[in-house]
Design a protein around this ligand. Structure first.
Ligand code: ZN
Length: 171
């Protein structure tokens, strides 16, 4: 899918995390949610789509998501951020990426169970049109995909952007 859906998941997680500067966790969780797609860099180095480390391969697995979340927890602990909470937020955010990609119409599925299996998986219901990769992303088809994601992921970004109620002064 285009990156929008993943980013909406990230900003919603950031909103749930909260804090006075909520844009910071929003940014951090959006980056985490998007992270598995950095595997497209492999295309440049001759990694084929269907390879274990190809696009939607290992980086889209549950094991990878949990591993990233553990690293995040470690960094959180070093940075004096509640690490259990960081783990609890980061794991579903990163793991959601591979599962969301199984809902798309094209390409290969996600290698959800790597390293136990290299099989690629799709969900039985695939409502999200796959995003064109590279420059085509900015064309008409890319726009249609982006709009579809804005609609499908509306609950996430509406939740993230909903105005916060100011704390009522007590007394
Ligand atoms: Zn992906």
């Amino acid at each position: 899918m285009a990156s929008l859906g993943h980013i909406f998941v990230g900003v919603a997680a950031g909103r749930a995390w909260g804090g006075p500067r909520v844009w910071r966790p929003m940014l951090a969780f959006s980056a985490l949610s998007f992270l598995p797609d950095l595997d497209v860099i492999g295309f440049r180095f001759g990694v084929a789509y269907g390879d274990p480390w190809g696009h939607r391969g290992a980086s889209h697995s549950v094991v990878f998501g949990v591993a990233v979340a553990l690293v995040v927890a470690l960094l959180a602990r070093l940075g004096d951020v509640p690490w259990r909470r960081a783990l609890l937020f980061a794991a579903p955010v990163v793991v959601s990426h591979g599962f969301l990609d199984t809902l798309t119409t094209g390409g290969l599925g996600s290698a959800l169970w790597w390293p136990f299996s290299d099989a690629r998986h799709f969900a039985p219901w695939r409502p999200i049109p796959v995003s064109p990769i590279g420059r085509a992303f900015f064309g008409a088809r890319g726009l249609r995909v982006a709009l579809t994601e804005v609609v499908l992921f509306a609950p996430f970004w509406i939740y993230a952007l909903w105005p916060r109620r100011r704390a009522e002064p007590r007394g």
